[in-house]
Structure formats: structure tokens, C-alpha cells
Design a protein around this ligand. Sequence first.
Ligand code: MN
Length: 289
Amino acid sequence: MEKREVAEVLKAPAPHMVGDGFRVHNFFPSGYEIDMNPFFLMDYGSKIEFSARKNPRGVGVHPHRGFETVTIAYHGAVAHHDSAGNSGVIYPGDVQWMTAASGVLHKEYHEAEYSLKGGPFQMVQLWVNLPAKDKMSKPKYQGIKQTDMPVFNLPDDGGKIEVIAGNYKTISGAANTFTPIDVYNARLRKDGKAEFIFPKENNTGFMIIEGSVIVNGQENAKADSFIYFKNEGDLITIEAEEDSVILVLSALPIDEPIHQYGPFLMNTEAEIHQAIADYNQGKFGYLEE
Ligand code: MN
């Protein structure tokens, strides 16, 4: 089996604030011009200490159409409400997989009790594109607790792979997806090893959340960096130099045109105009601020 080589180890771009609750590094599409299709966007909220506050920080009501938002918590807690009537709180290790599809309004805030106490906060938000045929499907919400996550235990007490979506060896992931997508949290102990095999055509990248790893026996990547792989070869190996957490992303690209305008991700400009018109006419429903 041929090794899939590292294209680049990317450092976190300068951060910006999303609302007043999320200090994020946008690795793509703004930070780096890399092809992670069907992952359209990745905002990485590196670890930050928030002071205690009565009114939770966050982002107020805003729309989405044409894709899914996937939020993964590592420290702190995030509360979500949307106009499809879904709500939930995610704590460290939990995942929220929200399918905006035909359109929702939602708001994302620090969870009330976390906000009152303050403390470390670290998360990732991905925008996962949908194929044209599913862009106008019904919105849905999958709240996945870490305790319900299917797990593959690595040999030699090396740690575990939490399978959020897709498949890792014999284990199937918790989330339902529209296209073939693998998303895992790999939690390796010091000296723990793991191997990953993905189809060549998959776009693949590893976000190092915590710790330090050696990739393919040669390249080192530390916390807050993103390992972007070439579309050549199939086998990736990692070895942890210390206890480490790695967000593993690999997916089959969706070979369709993309038109983005702010929170709308469609195939054509006409569909963007339609999204704006529908939003202005209140067709995304209602959500209280
Ligand atoms: Mn949002």
C-alpha cells in the first residue's frame, strides 16, 4: 500500500471574532486556498479563556441554506436554537450536526452555566456542502453525545478513534450524511499509533487539536496546525509524541458548481438571489433573538 503524502502542514491563520463568543482561525476558504470539497469552510476556535459572564456570549439569529453546519466542542459548552424547532447543548466531545438544507434561522451561544463560570473554550465548526439534489431538502438536527459515539479502541492501549461520521475499520459513525464523509476524533495516548486508509480521490486533512504527532514516520505537526494531504497514495500513519487529539476529515468531493453569498451555499447565482428573496420574505421561519 502506498503512503498518502503530506502536501503541507499549515499554521493557524490570524483569528477573528464571530459574534462575541467565537474567536476563530479560518483555515479555509479564506486562510488557505486548499481543496477540502465537500468541506467548504473550517473555523477553528483555538483554546481561549473566557471570563465569567451573566449574559452568554455568542452569535445572534442568522440564516443558512444549502449545506450543513457541524460543530465539535473540545472545551466549554455551546447552546443552539433554530427555527425548525431544534435545540441542544454540546459539551466537550459532543457534536452537533445541523442540516440547514432548504433553510433555517439559528443562534449559537455559550451555554448559560458555562458562561456564568467562564473557563477554557475550544471548538471547530465545519460547513459541509450538500449535493444539488439535497440542497432544498428538509432541515434536520443530529445532536451526538460523546458517550453515544461509536468507538474503535486502538491496539496496545494507544487510545481510541471516536467515529463521528463515516467508517473507521469495522466501526460505523454516529451521524447520517448525504455523501461519503469520514469525520473522527482520534484521541491518542503518548506513543499511541493509528493508521488511516482513504480513497485517493477523497480530500483529506487532519486538524491537530491537542498535543503533537509524527505523520507517516517523518513529518511533525503540533496543536493548532492543519495537515493537508495530497490526493496520492492511500495510507496515513500517525504516532503521538504526547497525549493528542486529532480531528480527522476525509470526504469524496461533490463535483458541482458552487455559488456562495454569506450564509448561503448554492449551485447557481439565481439560487442565491432566490435564497435572499426567500429570507427577506420570512420563508426561513421565525426565531426569537
Ligand atoms: Mn451559523
